[in-house]
Design a protein around this ligand. Structure first.
Ligand code: GLC
Length: 477
């Protein structure tokens, strides 16, 4: 099904198209049709009126409020689903091209088998929304270079190379707008399919010691025009979530330049720290002014005491892979996931929880089930997550705490057997205490003294995973 071999990527046509795209942006033209048109007109206007001057706090406001988002890793790697030539391949699913040492021409054959007729953008977005998630970050392009949108710069995309021939990102964009969920794009700087990037490094596409002398051409005539497409045609994008920045050819100055390029296209957008070299291992960062990007991205971990002074987002899988692997059933429990969300929020971070859909377009049943259960908890308790800030009480033995205005949300993981919950509130000036699950807000008996508030709880916990007790302070601290 793939129409061209990878060597024919940089065709005269592609260069012309990319120049046209650049011209398009420079002249401030907007699309006549498509989701992006109206928003981009206002964005362009806002940009001209100085939206770029928005403070970081203003740009970050929706994201800090959201606290919970969905990561979606989806691409051709869902087809082999962790098995190549009858062998189970070690490592995360979306790395199969590298880990099984699959030549580009061989990997391209998966495109002919990618026909996700079960895909329903509306269902995906509703699943996220009902779980209490406020944004979705989907892999526009992962390390294998395959594009989930109709890119004019290449035929290595869902429109030209697969039997599916639908612009997946456009469908998601429309559904996200309909349900008021922010659409965000993951985008890999590393590209194993492009001859000017890492394709020639085969059989080790991820060889960080190798450099491609044509890498800048890839950046200028391929990656940037593609980003321009993504930021022009799909409406306002919440976050551009870069990855694959560890390659030899990427530098911090290039990261800073790319950050500016992206912000010029959409002034209000947020960009993660992986746009540059600002990441230390899988951890976040300590000083916000040291790197390009707006927030840190701890991966598969929650920093013990958060990352004070910087915005951060923990991304995490539900099992052990980002991209679908048919035999990975090492699922985290709903209890673990809810408590991780709470733990992250109690330390002032966001939680980006991953799903890896099947090649047919369906989200794995185990993920759906967990998201529904998280949604049931959120239906009662989302007030204690959305718009909250880090706990003023550290990490109490019984659970975690989040804060908003004059409310302190006490997330009780371990319901005390003696019915007494102690909160270290020095001044003891509180108004009332009630269970968030209790719509009538019946006051719970509580007394202040000795630098703490002691609350008497009912015998039975309203929720076995996390019951939230609301402590209303007399005045905003
Ligand atoms: C890593 C992996 C990548 C995954 C990402 C998510 O960087 O290379 O496959 O997308 O983590 O944070």
């Amino acid at each position: 099904m793939v129409k061209t071999g990878y060597r024919r990527w940089i065709t005269v046509g592609a260069v012309v198209v990319s120049l046209l795209v650049a011209l398009y942006i420079v002249t401030g033209c907007t699309q006549e049709a498509g989701v992006g048109s109206v928003e981009n007109k206002s964005l362009a206007k806002a940009g001209a009126a100085g939206t770029k001057e928005l403070t970081k706090d203003e740009r970050m406001a929706w994201w800090r409020d959201a606290r919970f988002g969905m990561f979606i890793h989806w691409g051709l790697y869902a087809v082999p689903a962790g098995t190549y030539q009858g062998e189970r391949v070690k490592g995360i699913g979306e790395w199969i091209m590298n880990n099984a040492k699959i030549p580009v021409e061989e990997y391209e054959k998966f495109a002919g088998k990618f026909n996700p007729v079960g895909f329903n953008a509306d269902e995906w977005v509703r699943l996220a929304k009902n779980a209490g998630m406020k944004y979705i970050v989907i892999t526009s392009k992962h390390h294998d270079g395959f594009c989930l949108w109709d890119s004019k710069v290449t035929s290595w995309d869902i429109m030209d190379a697969t039997p599916f021939q639908r612009d997946l990102l456009m469908e998601l964009s429309k559904a996200c707008q309909k349900h008021s969920v922010k659409l965000c794009f993951y985008h890999s700087i590393m590209d194993w399919h492009h001859p000017d990037a890492q394709a020639p490094f085969y059989p080790n596409y991820n060889d960080t010691k190798k450099s491609n002398p044509n890498f800048d051409r890839y950046v200028e005539t391929y990656m940037k025009p593609q980003l321009a497409e993504l930021l022009t045609n799909y409406g306002p994008i919440g976050v551009l979530w870069f990855d694959g920045e560890w390659i030899q050819d990427w530098t911090e100055p290039k990261g800073k330049a790319l950050y500016d390029y992206v912000r010029d296209l959409q002034p209000t957008i947020l960009v993660n720290n992986r746009v540059g070299k600002g990441r230390k291992g899988m951890e976040g960062l300590s000083k916000s002014d040291e790197y390009a990007g707006d927030f840190g991205t701890p991966e598969q971990q929650v920093p013990a005491t958060g990352l004070p002074g910087v915005d951060w987002e923990t991304c995490m899988t539900m099992n052990d892979t980002w991209g679908y692997k048919s035999y990975d059933s090492n699922w985290k429990s709903t209890e673990q996931l809810i408590r991780t969300l709470v733990d992250v929020a109690s330390k002032g971070g966001n939680f980006l929880l991953n799903v890896g859909p099947l090649p047919e377009g369906l989200i794995p049943e185990a993920s759906v089930q967990r998201l529904k259960e998280m949604g049931q908890w959120m239906a009662v308790n989302s007030e204690s997550i959305h718009g909250t800030t880090a706990s003023p009480f550290g990490r109490p033995a019984w659970g975690r705490c989040t804060a908003k205005g004059n409310k302190r949300y006490l997330h009780v993981f371990d319901w005390p057997k003696d019915g007494r919950l102690e909160v270290p509130l020095a001044e003891g000036a509180f108004d009332k205490v009630y269970l968030l699950a209790d719509k009538k807000q019946t006051k719970l008996p509580a007394i202040a003294g000795e630098g703490k508030v002691t609350i008497s709880l009912p015998e039975k916990a309203p929720d076995a995973i996390d019951s939230v007790v609301v402590l209303v302070l007399k005045q905003h601290e």
